[in-house]
Design a protein around this ligand. Structure first.
Ligand SMILES: *Cc1c(COP(=O)(O)O)cnc(C)c1O
Length: 389
């Protein structure tokens, strides 16, 4: 079955819901046991169904089965946010005295979790250059338990050679966790690259409408028990309503990302030809850093990328550009239907790698608007930048 067909038919069980196509949002806390025998079985860990909504409902189960199929995984879990998917996965495999290899260009909140929480728990963390490839072996120690990848980084878009990293990691029994939010399950297939645990912030394209937060963890069979344990003990479960909305968003994932990709290529090429722009960091452009790896490993690109201006304008001039855009909102997150732009300051992140450009970095998300309107909006912004008003 092709992905488009799967997205259309997965997680639908009309016979169990009076013919209704969509699985309803199960709003639940208590789940009743049918009898004392079932209760006693559950105390012994021998009852096969969820016994409390934190551990699952028909809404979460349908979504988990769908996401596992979509990513080509054996199992999946859904969590309250993308960040909780990451923290559950790290807690599942790391304890005091263990060593974590974390990519230097990782999502900022993941980095803060490592530095402010995992470090306090006695986990040793080494940040590595995203370009490390098979040389990851030189950083693996006897206590290394996890290599965490994110390709590309979501501010500066460095690609990683994940299959080379996974090959070396597996020689040392190290678990490879990868944040694949940018690639989406449509354009990147982590389990074909040797990834053991795949994270998605479902807040982004999976839900796609900027109206909910959720995460997913997909995995191979051998890692499921550890992930389910950590998930159950941390308690970061999603609501039934959000599961319903995420499933609804997934139905159109393939058509949406295709359009984000098409629009982004148009805007990225246009930006690359602008005199104000030093470099466009969109891996799908042939002269972008990491393009060859992107071409080898991805079958498309999403709507998130950055570009670097030739210089760093005065804040007042940048404000003239950004404050008066018609279609680009200034805000974090991405993967919704609308366009976004944020100025990025790299001074507080990155310790193991260098960003080679000096100009102002701007990250944009290209939404589902007509790209002609988006380019006109940015062109007027560049005019205001020059004029300073
Ligand atoms: C947004 C994001 C996350 C965190 O997801 P939330 O749903 O916001 O918690 C993790 N990784 C990447 C790459 C992201 O962009």
């Amino acid at each position: 079955m092709k992905k488009e067909t799967l997205l259309t038919h997965m997680g639908s069980t009309p016979k169990q819901h009076q013919g209704i196509i969509n699985i309803p949002a199960y709003r639940a806390s208590t789940i009743l046991f049918p009898d004392l025998a079932a209760f006693d079985a559950s105390e012994k860990g021998q009852y096969p169904h969820p016994t409390y909504a934190r551990y699952g409902t028909p809404s979460t189960q349908a979504l988990e089965e769908s996401i596992a199929e979509l990513e080509g995984a054996d199992y999946a879990l859904v969590t309250a946010t993308g960040l909780s998917a990451i923290t559950v996965a790290l807690f599942a495999f790391l304890g005091a005295g263990d060593h974590l290899l974390m990519v230097d260009t990782v999502y900022g909140s993941t980095r803060r979790f490592c530095d402010l929480e995992l470090a306090r728990m006695g986990v040793e963390i080494t940040y590595y250059d995203p370009a490390i490839g098979e040389n990851i072996g030189s950083l693996i120690k006897p206590n290394t338990k996890v290599v965490f990848c994110e390709s590309p980084g979501s501010l500066t878009f460095e690609l990683q050679d994940i299959s080379a990293i996974a090959k070396v990691a597996h020689l040392h029994n190290v678990v490879v966790i990868s944040d694949n939010t940018w690639g989406t399950p449509i354009y990147f297939h982590p389990f074909d690259m040797g990834v053991d645990v795949s994270i998605q912030s479902a807040t982004k394209y999976m839900s796609g409408h900027s109206d909910l937060m959720m995460g997913s963890i997909s995995c191979k069979k051998e890692h499921y028990a550890a992930l389910r344990r950590a998930f159950g003990n941390i308690g970061a479960c999603p609501t039934g309503d959000n599961c319903y909305l995420a499933m609804r968003g997934l139905r159109t994932l393939a058509v949406r990302v295709k359009q984000h990709y098409e629009n982004s290529l148009i805007v990225a090429r246009w930006l690359a030809a602008r005199p104000e722009v030093e470099k466009v960091l969109y891996p799908a452009l042939p002269d972008a850093p990491g393009h060859d790896l992107w071409k080898r490993d991805f079958s498309g690109a999403c709507g998130l990328f950055s570009f670097v201006l030739k210089d760093v304008p005065e804040r007042k001039k940048l404000a003239a550009m950004l404050d008066n855009l018609d279609y680009f909102g200034m805000g974090w997150s991405w993967g919704g239907y609308e366009s976004l732009i944020v100025p990025v300051d790299l001074s507080k992140v990155r310790t193991a790698s260098k960003f080679p450009y000096k100009g102002q970095l701007l990250r944009i998300h290209i939404g589902l608007e007509n790209p002609d309107d988006l380019m006109a909006d940015l062109a007027a912004g560049f005019d205001r930048l020059k004029a300073g008003a």
